[in-house]
Design a protein around this ligand. Sequence first.
Ligand SMILES: C[S@@+](CC[C@H](N)C(=O)[O-])C[C@H]1O[C@@H](n2cnc3c(N)ncnc32)[C@H](O)[C@@H]1O
Length: 252
Amino acid sequence: MPESTATLYNDSAANWQRSEPILLSDFTARPFLLDWCGDVQGQSVLDLGCGEGYVARKLLEKGAGKIEGRDISMEMIENARASIAPPDRDKIAYEVGDATNLSGHPDAAYDLVVAVFLFNYLDRAQTHAAMVEIARVLKPGGRFIFAVPHPSLAFLRAEERPFYFSRGDHGYFSGRDALFEGKIWRRDGHGVRVRCVHKTLDDYFSALNAAGFGFMPELKELHATAEHLAFDPDFFEPLRDQPLHMALRVKR
Ligand SMILES: C[S@@+](CC[C@H](N)C(=O)[O-])C[C@H]1O[C@@H](n2cnc3c(N)ncnc32)[C@H](O)[C@@H]1O
């Protein structure tokens, strides 16, 4: 039996604590996602699977009015709380909890919900449950932005640095809901454990549709760009021309 996600993150919380980009995905995914959030001035934001608050702090820097972060790992939440500078204390609130149950959160409360690498910890049923809740708590016209590892990554990449998931004998379709263990590297050479409960592209679109998101989602396949390759060739070169993450943005 694999350890629970909460235990995995409680044990590895120190690896995630950062004030500057250090993890591969701090370069290849989070800047794009933050850009996609656009103008958040004065907006109310829910950050699901917020971890130690890297994305929430960036959204606050962009002018978000109020941010709530929710994560299943107590250690990650404690680190998130410890990283709030005093002037921002009344603007960010963190809570320990599961993203599939937002019962303490009112209907139509948020302009923006973000979930940065949350759904790769949820199976299809949990993904559906979380998306139903997200649709409920978003204001009409509110936006939902999330990223996951690219569903093809485990099938295209060997198990090597700086990012992989181990699919074992699982196939792309027969492996749905199977847990792939993996690792993502930091630029300082540390490999950090991550997981992917495998889902297909179809699964994500079906979950959005079943949760009542009626608008066509925007989709971006994120990868190491020419700028990344020029900035740190040793680190990014093994990823040349490979899909790494998938970002989706959809309106309520
Ligand atoms: C890859 S980390 C990303 C953290 C943060 N979003 C970031 O971008 O730095 C995934 C986070 O999702 C959290 N998580 C996993 N399953 C969860 C669940 N069911 N409910 C809430 N949080 C969950 C983990 O504890 C972990 O902090």
